[in-house]
Design a protein around this ligand. Structure first.
Ligand code: AMP
Length: 116
């Protein structure tokens, strides 16, 4: 885990974010380069690199918190009816840019066919 990655800096308060949601275990903020009208990044506060790292090493409480927070945010952003997409990139083949595990929540328009 690289503590100098951009999301670690956001978590430390070293750089700002446009916050959508926060609790003890989860932070969510608007993506700085949105690929859809709604593009929110949802992260665990603990330092996990990827989906596999998170699924192996996070506590059940951390995993539940991330899932429940993501559903809550999607509903709060009024995506329930029209629909939305949740993705995570891991490693080189997926083009992961920030090595702190995160979910992308996308919506607000008809999204291009998967995979995007
Ligand atoms: P990924 O390719 O899955 O690692 O996605 C990283 C995402 O983080 C990209 O969509 C970026 O636009 C976004 N991003 C990078 N820096 C920031 C930042 N400072 N605040 C919010 N989002 C960011």
């Amino acid at each position: 885990y690289d503590p100098d990655n951009i999301f670690a800096k956001i978590l430390r308060g070293d750089i700002p974010c446009n916050k959508v949601f926060e609790n003890e275990l989860v932070l969510a903020f608007h993506d700085i380069a949105p690929k859809a009208p709604v593009h929110v990044i949802i992260i665990p506060k603990k330092p996990y690199v990827s989906f596999i790292d998170f699924s192996k090493n996070a506590t059940p409480g951390e995993i539940a918190a991330l899932m429940q927070s993501t559903g809550h945010i999607a509903a709060e952003l009024n995506l329930t009816e029209a629909g939305y997409r949740i993705i995570t990139n891991a490693g080189q083949n997926a083009g992961q840019e920030v090595p702190h595990f995160h979910l992308h929540l996308l919506g607000g328009k008809a999204l291009p066919p998967f995979p995007v």
